[in-house]
Design a binder for this molecule. Structure first.
Ligand SMILES: NC(=O)c1ccc[n+]([C@@H]2O[C@H](COP(=O)([O-])OP(=O)(O)OC[C@H]3O[C@@H](n4cnc5c(N)ncnc54)[C@H](O)[C@@H]3O)[C@@H](O)[C@H]2O)c1
Length: 471
């Protein structure tokens, strides 16, 4: 059941009598039908009427209509207009391009554009790596989507994906000063996506793949990594994996369990689950048991694709079979990136003592967090209305800041783990069961992640150079 939140907020402009009780009547009417009032502004005042903007968080279109009707039915009140503040924020898009140079006169023009610019072009033609020094390439990332797996909405296509990609680009700039630009492609063909991204790569110092459905996303990322000399990062995979590994490190500190002794159940072996499993393996847990819509993933299961076969071969040391509920018995950790409402408190009770439950399916988690809390020692979700929100914003801005600063040509698991450690470290001595990851607004996060990734990327480059110079 959705609850009122700032993601759905309306402003109702209305006329009301200028009586002493008007404000009280209006705000009471909103509260009576479950709206959360966030602002009350008198925008016009006359002898016989006031014009008021009432802003409230609502839970759905029906709820918004109920609030509007409750206000309109008050004696002497007339609703003039209802605006959806989320749509207002999107009018004309959320991004713009703004030049960094002044173009005041002919002199400026001759340097920024022709004829002066031609010398810069020739310099780059002679030495293509100068593109990072003399163009926007230095600080620019493409946010590439085919619109096939957008949020929880599914395959909504490239135009409908654009508001999400614009939002992502805005976050890149806000949190890490990275100039990111949405590139929504009108194709969902693997070969066409790879060829298109390869063709547009010269402008960018990094590619952030976004909301591309599994299993296509695995091949697209792997082949682009092979073909391009800039880092390629699929945020739905690796951004999630970084934050989950960071959160798990701190959750296990809270419960005092070493990861080497933990059996971890991962529900969902799509984009997020596969990447989480791959990165978690680097931390050497006692075992990982992966579960998808067809049950526990094991080597004897029919119909495994390449991704699931890899997972079957690298997890489930004890050869467990059966359902998610079977897998949970005795498990120390549950990580869900799958589907809503898969189990309840009674299954958490079958887990090991001091269980850790990360129920990350959005918008509705695998288990109601309040249910999970009855038996688990630490609970995290993807939601902003509960403690311990696992949010990729903690990772991707700093990751790309670090990669761009290091002028990295690729990204690897060492860099992802460095980012995870940096996020976990920011929590420091504030750690407790309700605070295993920092707030997304903690200004220390992106610089810490950037520094860790930069160091890991530079270490990598130095090692590569040492190998080249000795061969
Ligand atoms: N930070 C976060 O909180 C965060 C990050 C990434 C993904 N997610 C959420 O995780 C979920 C999966 O995302 P994805 O991009 O990996 O999707 P995906 O479509 O690539 O994979 C979904 C996986 O869930 C499995 N699944 C579906 N129904 C299931 C069921 N009833 N029982 C067990 N497994 C089931 C599928 O078999 C598949 O392996 C989504 O709800 C997404 O919003 C949250």
């Amino acid at each position: 059941m959705p609850v009122p939140g700032p993601g759905y907020s309306i402003t109702v402009r209305l006329e009301a009598p200028p009586s002493a009780s008007a404000a009280g009547d209006l705000t009471t009417a909103v509260g009576r039908v479950g709206g959360v009032l966030t602002a009350f502004d008198v925008v016009e005042s006359h002898a016989d009427a006031i014009v008021v903007d009432i802003t409230a968080n609502v839970s759905s279109a029906d709820h918004a209509e109920g609030i509007t009707n409750a206000l309109d039915e008050l004696p002497g009140v007339r609703v003039r207009k209802v605006s959806d503040r989320t749509f207002l924020m999107h009018l004309g898009g959320k991004l713009e391009v703004s030049p960094k140079v002044d173009l005041r006169n002919r002199d400026d023009l001759s340097r920024a554009y022709t004829p002066g610019v031609a010398r810069v072009c020739r310099a780059i033609a002679a030495n293509p790596s100068d593109a990072r020094r003399l163009t926007i390439k230095r600080n620019t990332v493409a946010v590439v989507s085919d619109g096939s797996a957008v949020l929880g909405l599914g395959n909504v296509g490239p135009e409908a994906a654009l508001p999400v990609m614009e939002g992502k680009a805005a976050l890149f700039k806000k949190f890490a000063g990275v100039d990111a630009w949405p590139v929504c492609l009108d194709t969902q063909d693997t070969e066409e996506i790879i060829a298109t991204v390869r063709a547009l790569a010269p402008v960018y110092a990094g590619i952030n793949l976004e909301d591309i459905a599994a299993p296509r996303c695995f091949e697209i990322e792997a082949r682009l990594r092979d073909q391009l000399d800039i880092p390629v990062f699929h945020d739905d995979q690796h951004g999630t994996a970084i934050v989950v590994v960071a959160a798990l490190r701190n959750a296990l500190r809270v419960v005092g369990k070493p990861i080497e002794k933990c059996r971890i159940v991962v529900s969902g072996v799509g984009a997020a689950g596969s990447a989480i499993i791959r990165l978690l393996r680097r931390k050497s847990p006692a075992d990982i048991v992966a579960v998808d819509i067809d049950g526990v993933v094991h080597a004897g299961r029919d119909g495994l694709d390449d991704n699931l076969r890899w997972v079957a071969e690298h997890t489930n040391a004890e050869g467990t079979t059966g359902t998610l509920h079977d897998a949970l018995v005795g498990a120390d950790v549950f990580i869900g990136v799958s589907a809503p409402n898969l189990f309840g408190a009674e299954q958490v009770a079958t887990m090991a003592d001091n269980a850790v439950v990360f129920a990350l399916a959005n918008p509705d988690p695998e288990i109601d967090p309040l249910e999970a809390q009855r038996h688990a020692a630490v609970v995290a979700t993807g939601r902003s209305d509960y403690p311990n929100q696992i949010n990729n914003v903690l990772a991707f801005p700093g990751v790309f800041r670090g990669l761009l600063d290091a002028q990295a040509h690729h990204i690897d698991d060492d860099m992802l783990l460095a980012a995870a450690n940096a996020i976990a470290d920011v929590v420091d001595d504030r750690l407790n069961a309700s605070f295993i990851v920092p707030s997304v607004f903690d200004a220390a996060v992106a610089p810490a992640v950037a520094e860790a990734v930069r160091a890991a990327a530079r270490g990598e480059a130095e090692r590569a150079e040492a190998v080249t110079s000795t061969t």
